[in-house]
Design a protein around this ligand. Structure first.
Ligand code: GLU
Length: 301
């Protein structure tokens, strides 16, 4: 599928649900640094992909704000940004392939239905517990109307992968997550499917993103294998935590970045990544961090 997989290609993939905040700038800076530090500082490609499929959560005008924020911080993509809403044909084709191969199936279960299925097995979840899909519709729809298509997670060995910061990782997706949604009848294609199709189509060789997405990686690796797509290398960077100890987000009051002084915002992001202070002009500080990043993660290997 990709003709560019041999060239280092990284990406930053924001969802335009709000402007960049201190936490999302860390992910943006890390992925930019990793690409720029590649090949002894000669650099790889760095792309920006706007993950705007979930239109109900996207806020109009935010894409432009994010792109402007990146530009103000000196983080310039090598190609015009892609938008997932323009790429749905690829998701539909991938879904079709999975269905034809018997690796995806229609599901009629509502959230309540899934809860009831667990209750029939005598299992009641805490209010905030992860809901694992019990596989009810593997046996067919029994005349009910499909509301989603799910990936049939193979019940084989756990997925094992090497994260460049966190080391060896593993997850038994069948037990930890169950058959997960690829597409909802009344909604967008799921993030898991879109991200896998796009990373391959754009030749992404290295994914650098926040640690909160780490436990999505095994689902993505399973889909890559099912679709015959290459698996990129992964590096999950530390999260910026809010005062309540949770990931900084709009919900817990992450302030929009103050970009009157972009260098100050970047100093904070660099500190969160364990990088030394960068002095001088914006461009000098960024060049200093590229060298420091190389020493930390050696992205030419
Ligand atoms: N769009 C996702 C987010 O904003 C990031 C996806 C990714 O980097 O894989 O959380």
């Amino acid at each position: 599928m990709s003709t560019q997989a041999r060239v280092y290609t990284g990406r930053f993939a924001p969802s335009p649900t709000g402007p960049l905040h201190a936490g999302s700038l860390v992910a943006a800076l890390a992925s930019w640094l990793d690409a720029r530090a590649w090949n002894d500082g000669h650099g790889g490609r760095w792309l920006v992909r706007i993950e705007d499929l979930d239109t109900a959560r996207c806020v109009p005008g935010t894409t432009e704000t994010i792109l402007q924020q990146l530009q103000t911080c000196g983080l310039h993509p090598d190609e015009p940004p892609e938008h997932q809403t323009n790429r749905t044909t690829g998701y539909a084709q991938a879904l079709q392939r999975l269905r034809e191969a018997g690796q995806a199936y229609p599901c009629a279960c509502s959230r309540r239905g899934i809860e009831n299925a667990w209750a029939r097995l005598g299992i009641v979840h805490d209010r905030h517990a992860e809901r694992i899909y019990p596989g009810t519709c593997r046996a067919g729809l029994q005349g009910r109307r499909a509301v989603a298509v799910r990936y049939l997670v193979p019940d084989t060995a756990p997925v094992i992968w090497q994260d460049r910061r966190l080391g060896m990782q593993q997850q038994d997706v069948a037990r930890a997550v169950g058959d997960f949604v690829l597409h909802r009848a009344d909604g967008p294609y799921a993030y898991q499917l879109a991200v896998v199709v796009d990373d391959a189509a754009q030749g992404v060789s290295h994914v650098v993103r926040g640690e909160d997405l780490c436990d999505n990686t095994p689902r993505q690796i399973l889909l890559q294998k099912a679709l015959g797509l290459p698996t990129p290398q992964y590096l999950h960077v530390p999260l910026v935590l809010a005062a309540d100890g949770h990931k900084l987000s709009k919900q817990n009051g992450a302030a929009a970045l103050d970009l009157a002084d972009p260098l100050a915002a970047l100093q904070h992001a660099a500190a969160a990544l364990g990088l030394p202070r960068g002095e001088g002009l914006l461009a000098d500080a960024l060049a200093h961090w590229v060298r420091a990043w190389r020493a930390l993660y050696n992205p030419a290997l």
